[in-house]
Design a protein around this ligand. Sequence first.
Ligand SMILES: [Zn+2]
Length: 243
Amino acid sequence: MRISLIVLALLVLATAVAAAAPPEQNILLPGTPYATEVYVSRGAPGPAALVMGGVHGNEPAGALAAEQVSGFAVSKGTLIVIPRVNKLALAAGIRTLPEIGDINRAYPGRADGTPAERIAAAVEALIAQYRVSLLVDLHEARTFHRLDHTSLGQMILFAANDRSAELALTAIDHINALIADPVKKFAFGAHPIPGSAAYHAGTAPGLAAFTVETSGRQPLEERAAQHVAIVRSLLRQEGVEAQ
Ligand SMILES: [Zn+2]
């Protein structure tokens, strides 16, 4: 009896250690100027989600949030995170470098194309490799959509399919319950821009895809926390268990 209790205790300990294992780290486009980290955390068999930040170098909250998401302990499903898709632009603090181009207008990309197209193609390859069913791309806009309807700030842009709309509505309810200021509440009603990662991913059957846009007119930590809360809601709805 005592021995079996010890065995049980050891098994519980081993499970806890396994759950806390750091993510596997890979490199996207290794050996090129655009090389950037990809973190993969696996739990029990389940759906796969891809979370990206730093596609635009002047939108740092998405990169910060994605970095935090890459540390989530995954108990079910697979979580793939690219915190700094456009690492060179982030380092320079600008939307992108002219020689790279706008990655979020380059999807589905081309393996032998411009740098933006090559990065997009590498992300597409990851989506296929892991059979990703949820894509979340974290961005920022200049102001609040509720103050200025020409700005996408505080919106979840959802791919044009029912599943994406359903997940976005629930995520908006979740984040808005955490925000007191009516101006800062998230809005529903726009789709990702053609050529963007979420737009292209959303054309694949069964794939829920989102561009999340926070307003840059809030402290960095607050914007990043909003991104993380939205990612948590979307992962939970998709069945990727992570905390
Ligand atoms: Zn952006």
